[in-house]
Design a protein around this ligand. Structure first.
Ligand code: FES
Length: 219
């Protein structure tokens, strides 16, 4: 009887150990398969950040001459340099996103005049400044201040913050907001349209609204 019992107990112990080992074995197998499948998924679908960067290098101070207007294609901005400093103006029409024509003094019919913004753009006594750009898609017209004076564009062109890195590169920051004047508030993004990057200090400083009169459009 006691021999039967001990045989039964050892049989039970054998089966429970076998069960334990098989559970452990399957557990390890599933864990390994899980890790393997995670690895395969990571290879096939790598975690990529599709958020476009809002900060881009546009060059070094020596890349820009006073009086120059330069399109920076990868950042989609025009960089202007005049005696006040540098400005970055969005190169994207605020209507449906076409790239508009470079600024100039050539005639574009049917648009309100561009007036010097410092006196108030609607002040009839403010001098007319015929420096503007137009969009070939549907004919929107923008003044050098970014103000929209013709066509279907609903907002002025945004101006963006510029900053200098310690190693002397100029960075445009499309994510920075300083909506401290009427044009930037109407744009809804970027910075006030009378701010300039001062190369000496590397800071944005305020100055007069741009007229474009210092720009050499013959280049
Ligand atoms: S996209 Fe420029 S006017 Fe329509």
């Amino acid at each position: 009887m006691s021999e039967d019992n001990s045989r039964r107990e050892s049989k039970v112990g054998f089966f429970s150990r076998r069960k334990l080992f098989s559970v452990l074995g399957f557990g390890s197998l599933f864990a390994a398969l899980g890790a393997l499948s995670n690895g395969i998924v990571a290879v096939i679908f790598p975690r990529l950040n599709f958020e476009p960067s809002l900060k881009m290098a546009v060059g070094r101070p020596t890349d820009f001459q006073t009086g120059q207007m330069k399109l920076i294609n990868n950042a989609q901005v025009y960089i202007f340099k005049d005696s006040q400093g540098l400005q970055a103006v969005s190169a994207v029409c605020t209507h449906l996103g076409c790239t508009y024509k470079p600024f100039g003094k050539t005639g574009v019919p049917d648009h309100r005049e561009c007036r010097a913004q410092d006196l108030g753009a609607d002040d009839p006594n403010a001098p007319v400044v015929e420096v503007f750009s137009f969009c070939p898609c549907h004919g929107s017209v923008f003044c050098r201040t970014g103000e929209h004076v013709g066509g279907p564009a609903p907002r002025p062109l945004p101006f963006y913050k510029l900053e200098m890195t310690p190693d002397g590169r100029i960075i445009v920051d499309k994510g920075a907001n300083d909506l401290s004047d009427g044009l930037s508030r109407a744009s809804g993004e970027g910075v006030a349209h009378n701010l300039y990057l001062d190369e000496a200090s590397g800071q944005m400083v305020s100055g007069p609204y741009p007229t474009g009169e210092e720009t050499d459009f013959s280049a």
